[in-house]
Structures are given as structure tokens and as C-alpha cells.
Design a protein around this ligand. Structure first.
Ligand SMILES: [Zn+2]
Ligand SMILES: [Zn+2]
Length: 127
């Protein structure tokens, strides 16, 4: 009956402190992410953004077999960071840290941070 009582205590604690449980989960998630980002350079590879909230870990080599293997496992988000930690942050997967801006931009080509020396469309004078 001790276990039953204990289980009830935990259930009651969860019910009374939903915010607390959420906070613990969030903190765990942030720590997993921070550790992973640190392991892969700690800042955006392109613009050196260091705000964790903006950073993501991107598969640099999207055609690589390692990438396909990762996709096959269908792990993303926190599970992805947890997986990386479990595997000792492997450096042969072509992973790199990018901020949301640069990641978004590189999906459709080069990031403007890289191509900004080219004349932009808006500054072109009509003929
Ligand atoms: Zn960036
Ligand atoms: Zn960039």
C-alpha cells in the first residue's frame, strides 16, 4: 500500500503543480538543446548569432547517407537532441548550427549574408 500512496502523492502533486512540471520539462528541453548547440560550435555558422532561441541544428549535407539514416529514424526536436547526446554528438553527420533566418534562407539557395555583395533586386534601376 506504500506504492499506491506514493503514486497518489505524485498524481496529486502533478495536478496541483502543472506549471512546475511544465517548467521542469522546458528546462530539460532547453538544456538538451544548449548542450547540442555547444557541441556543434555554439553559434550560427553563417552570421554568428548566439541566441539559443534562434539557433537550430541543421544537416549540412542533405544528400548524405548519414542524413538519410537520420531521417529514417524520424527523430526531430528534443528527441533529436537527446539522440545526439546519447551518441556522443557524432561529427560525421555533417551537422551544423544555423539560426532560423539563415536556415530559412539557405533552403531557397544561398543565405543573403553570403550573397549580399550581389546587387539586390530593389536597388536595380529599371531600363
Ligand atoms: Zn545566422
Ligand atoms: Zn546567414
Amino acid at each position: 500500500m506504500v506504492t499506491e500512496g506514493k503514486r497518489n502523492t505524485i498524481a496529486r502533486y502533478r495536478k496541483k503543480n502543472p506549471d512546475k512540471i511544465k517548467e521542469i520539462r522546458t528546462r530539460h528541453r532547453i538544456k538538451l538543446k544548449r548542450d547540442a548547440v555547444e557541441a556543434y560550435g555554439g553559434k550560427c555558422r553563417c552570421c554568428s548569432e548566439e541566441q539559443l532561441a534562434f539557433l537550430t541544428i541543421e544537416h549540412g549535407n542533405r544528400d548524405g547517407s548519414a542524413h538519410r539514416e537520420l531521417l529514417g529514424k524520424n527523430i526531430r526536436g528534443t528527441n533529436f537532441y537527446a539522440w545526439l547526446r546519447k551518441n556522443g554528438y557524432p561529427d560525421d553527420l555533417g551537422l551544423q548550427v544555423l539560426c532560423a533566418n539563415c536556415q530559412f534562407a539557405t533552403w531557397s539557395g544561398e543565405c543573403p549574408h553570403v550573397t549580399s555583395h550581389l546587387p539586390s533586386l530593389s536597388s536595380q534601376t529599371p531600363e
